[in-house]
Design a protein around this ligand. Structure first.
Ligand SMILES: Cc1cc2nc3c(=O)[nH]c(=O)nc-3n(C[C@H](O)[C@H](O)[C@H](O)COP(=O)(O)OP(=O)(O)OC[C@H]3O[C@@H](n4cnc5c(N)ncnc54)[C@H](O)[C@@H]3O)c2cc1C
Length: 418
């Protein structure tokens, strides 16, 4: 049995690793550089809006089994809300058309044979031709594998893949798109129900994890930035936190659950993704108008998804690097114009906030995907976690949690089953 596990980073990968280890009665210390946990999946009080907001809208699908296992472990299953069926409302800002895609439960996709369930203007054969993605070539992009033109692509598949991979399908890995599609769309509606943390990301993914860790006597230290690791004879032997250096015992282990740039700086020989894509979120302090779906897909506009929370409307734009240099006010105004149009609201802009996450995820291209390291390293007591490690999935909550669970399993296998 390992003596002490140091988990570095309290994003979802680190929290998932720590929770699983604590559940297995391991001694765990979590070291987080920031003053709060959650990493790229966090909530905070925004002074401009005077509201608690999330750094970005986060969508989980009901087929994300690791994310749901994590919530079950930390006692937070009820913190995600979603409709009973996989219904996705869309609007086309260019034409004003509105439709709902309704994916039936079960493996047989009869929804594609019923006109009112599928995307208007599409035929069942359009969907069937997309199946070749599932057996796509590892080194190819989505658009080198399937036809990236036509109504089905514009109105359903591009929005779905862009949201899941945060990378334009023309450059995004077919392999990663296939993995997401296999675990969700291809399994039918019961694996595609959209789930949202209605009361904030912290309430669902972070605070229950910290409470769980506390009940298991795991120690979480904030403001504790790892600055260097000392290696000797195939092991990590010391962790330098600036004011304090932790000497590792023979049976101690480390899980590095850090962003790839930080992990690379601490372990220069580590190959890791080094290209990223941004996500822009806009928040408006206004209650959703009656009849607005909790989540609305928007095509042919700048905005891609509109989420209605009780006290605000929030917009997501993926692969948004093109918007990073647009002045904030200009961006807010442009986004609000579209929001007002699709939500049928007055033109006067309510209080707003723009959150730009420059390095929201690694670029899910075939080349970057090929750089992702395994959880095991050359150092016997050092393991990697994080959405950018080789999970087979794009950078998502599901991937982050799965990576944390996998690292925990390597450090401390579950003996209860045997
Ligand atoms: C705006 C936005 C929207 C998103 N939308 C979705 C979505 O809809 N659905 C979805 O599934 N995913 C979404 N994601 C992706 C998801 O948030 C990430 O995949 C996930 O949060 C990554 O978790 P992680 O633990 O791997 O990394 P991180 O969250 O980056 O965690 C790393 C942690 O390490 C800490 N750290 C850094 N350096 C040090 C150091 N030297 N010492 C100690 N600690 C350190 C950081 O402070 C951080 O807490 C979105 C991401 C963003 C940014």
């Amino acid at each position: 049995m390992v003596a002490m596990v140091h988990v570095i980073g309290a994003g979802l990968a680190g929290l998932a690793a720590a929770a699983r280890l604590a559940d297995r009665a391991a001694n765990v210390v979590v070291h987080e550089a920031a003053a709060q946990a959650g990493g790229r999946c966090r909530s905070y009080h925004d002074p401009a809006l005077d509201l608690m907001i999330d750094n970005g809208n986060h969508l989980v699908l009901s087929g994300n089994r690791s994310a749901l296992d994590y919530l079950a472990l930390i006692g937070a299953t009820t913190r995600l809300a979603g409709p009973p069926h996989a219904d996705f409302a869309f609007v086309d800002v260019a034409t004003g058309e509105r439709w709902t895609v309704s994916i039936n439960d079960g493996l047989l996709p009869w929804w594609i044979f019923i006109a009112r369930c599928r995307v208007p203007g599409t035929r069942p054969s359009d969907y069937l031709s997309m199946a070749r993605l599932l057996w796509g070539d590892k080194g190819k992009t989505i658009c080198e594998t399937v036809n990236c033109a036509g109504v089905l692509y514009d109105r359903l598949l591009r929005p779905f893949w862009l949201a899941a991979l945060n990378t334009e399908p023309r450059e995004a890995s077919a392999q990663l798109a296939a993995a997401v599609t296999r675990e969700t769309l291809a399994k039918g509606g019961s694996a595609c129900r959209p789930l949202i943390a209605r009361d904030g990301l912290a309430q669902a993914f972070v605070e229950p994890a910290l409470a769980f860790l506390q009940t298991r006597n795991a120690n979480v230290q904030f403001g504790n930035r790892l600055r260097a690791i000392t290696f000797k004879a195939q092991r990590a032997v010391a962790l330098d936190f600036g004011e304090e250096t932790v000497t590792l015992g023979d049976d101690d282990a480390i899980i590095l659950a850090l962003p790839p740039t930080v992990a690379h700086a601490l372990m220069p020989d580590l190959e890791a993704p080094s290209e990223f894509r941004a996500i822009v979120n806009a928040h408006f302090r206004i209650a959703p108008p009656p009849g607005l779906p909790p989540m609305l897909g928007v095509v042919n506009g700048t905005i891609e998804w509109l989420f209605g929370f009780s006290d605000r409307l929030a917009v997501t734009i993926s692969a948004a690097d093109r918007l990073l240099d647009t002045p904030r006010e200009e961006l807010a105004k442009n986004i609000w114009q579209e929001v007002a149009a699709v939500a049928r609201l007055p033109k006067a802009m309510p209080p707003w906030q723009i959150v730009r996450e420059r390095r929201a995820t690694f670029a899910a291209t075939p080349a970057e995907n090929a750089k992702r390291p395994a959880a095991k390293t050359a150092w016997r007591n050092l393991f990697l976690a994080g959405d950018w490690t080789d999970t087979g999935l794009p950078a998502t909550i599901e991937g982050a949690v799965r990576s944390g669970f996998r690292a925990a399993d390597l450090v401390c296998p579950d003996n209860r089953a045997s």
